[in-house]
Design a protein around this ligand. Structure first.
Ligand code: UGA
Length: 441
């Protein structure tokens, strides 16, 4: 079946969802309050780095099944199903979610809903938000009880967003009625026919599915990085330990890559919001370990700074340091809560002469951290450096060979913050090679 869908919020999630739904044959109107973004999208230009998204956007626009507007009224008139995809970032200075965009979206949309429809939340939210919003919709929408709320969290990864949306490993439908379930089944009928697993549940479990998934992933990463600290102290090698642990099918190798830890617009803020919400619900003790997960993760950045001081000197004033990577992970130009950029900024604050290079995230890094110096290539960034930091796991960096840097750097010091280089190659070439979680010597 094809349906008329409205997608509210054309950020990472909303834009991908809108373009993918149009690709599946639905008639999609994307709504975003930013007129600049809307014109850019209607002109077929994608403002983020996401493989495959440009083609889908162009195809959607050309087919007439996809368009963008700033008008909530047009959105309300268009959709039989309204997907809410606005951001739920961390509240400034607080360890909890900022739901202002979400609340604004619902209170703007609801009074315009005059026909029966289903409003489907996709944003990551604290448990209980959906039930509250269902009440708001019933109170504010002229169609009253004919407006239903469902929750359908998204598990897409940046850099893999299109594939994750078009071939999801699971679809979670949090519903309060058989009607809402039928509508969601119809929207995703092609994906279900292709084998995607559907979990139909209540609203709270659907909200929790997303928070719990991100909490688990963050915990796995911090677990291996905590093991890295123990390896350093005990004379072990966390990269080998990770391989050994990952070989156990009950543990598995995914998200067990040791290094500078997790960042981005999701994992860090989601574990904090999850913890805050659990505390409000009286279940804070159950999630107390997430505080430790966060602390271990942030300590990875401190340990990277300590290694830099070990190589560059305790006083880093005017020490030339090259940071390879600005994005929070490879395959993305997102620098939100990027461990790489955070480390670069701390070193800059300590007086080092930091030069950053990233293959795709230079523009976003420049915008977010204008005080840093940027270079257009690895060699340009590394020229004259006393210490070289590999901070994002881009293949271009993993493939680096010592000989490429001969006569380029001032001193042969390298810190592999993502454990992607072969230590032997660098040590044999006379470099002082260090890595997080690997004992020196
Ligand atoms: C994450 C989740 O993986 C998605 O399922 C979820 O939908 C998304 O958040 C979201 O909430 O919207 P994403 O933020 O794109 O996706 O990034 P991940 O691929 O999860 O990586 C997160 C961070 O962990 C990166 O900084 C990465 O470098 C780091 N990481 C990942 C490690 O340090 N080690 C690993 O083994 C894996």
């Amino acid at each position: 079946m094809t349906a008329r869908l409205t997608v509210l919020g054309a950020g990472y999630l909303g834009l991908t969802h809108a373009a993918c739904m149009a690709h599946l044959g639905h008639d999609v109107l994307g709504v975003d309050t930013d007129p600049g973004r809307v014109s850019l999208l209607n002109a077929g230009r994608v403002p983020i780095h996401e493989p495959g998204l440009s083609d889908l956007l162009r195809d959607g626009l050309n087919s007439g099944r996809l368009a963008f507007t700033t008008s909530y009224r047009h959105g309300a008139e268009h959709g039989e199903v309204h997907f809410i995809c606005v951001g739920t970032p961390q509240l400034r200075g607080r360890q909890r979610a900022d739901l202002s965009q979400l609340n604004r979206c619902v209170t703007t949309l609801a009074p315009l809903l005059e026909r029966p429809c289903v409003v489907v939340g996709k944003s990551t939210v604290p448990a209980g938000t959906a039930a509250r919003l269902a009440g708001e919709l019933a109170r504010l929408a002229p169609a009253g009880a004919d407006v239903e709320l469902a929750w359908n969290p998204e598990f897409l990864r940046e850099g893999n967003a299109v594939a994750d949306t078009l071939a999801p490993d699971r679809i979670v439908a949090g519903v309060a009625s058989a009607h809402a379930e039928r509508i969601l089944r119809a929207v995703y009928d092609r994906l279900l026919a292709e084998g995607a697993r559907l979990f139909v549940t209540d609203l709270a479990t659907a909200e929790l599915a997303k928070s719990a998934a991100n909490a688990f992933l963050a915990t796995k990463i911090s677990f291996i990085n905590a093991m890295g600290e123990v390896c350093e102290a005990a004379g072990g090698d966390v990269t080998v330990l990770s391989d050994i642990l990952g070989a156990d099918p009950r543990i598995g190798p995914a998200f067990l890559r040791p290094g500078l830890g997790f960042g981005g617009g999701c994992l860090p803020k989601d574990i904090r919001a999850f913890l805050a919400r659990a505390a409000e619900l009286g279940a804070g003790e159950a999630l107390g370990f997430l505080r430790e997960v966060d602390t271990v993760n942030l300590r990875c950045r401190t340990r990277m700074i300590e290694l830099t001081c070990a190589q560059g000197g305790q006083d880093l004033t005017d020490v030339p340091v090259c940071v390879l990577g600005a994005a929070f992970k490879s395959g993305s130009d997102d620098v939100r809560d990027s461990p790489a950029l955070d480390v670069a900024q701390i070193l800059h604050g300590m007086g080092a002469r930091v030069t950053v290079y990233d293959p795709v995230a230079l523009a976003s890094a420049r915008q977010s951290c204008p005080q840093l110096r940027y270079a257009g290539s690895v060699l340009e960034a590394a020229r004259g450096a006393d210490v070289l930091l590999l901070a994002t796991e881009w293949p271009e960096f993993a493939e680096l060979k010592p000989v490429q840097l001969d006569g380029v750097v001032a001193r042969r010091n390298i810190i592999d913050g993502r454990n992607v280089l072969d230590p032997r190659v660098w040590l044999d070439a006379g470099w002082d090679y260090r890595a997080l979680g690997v004992a020196v010597g």
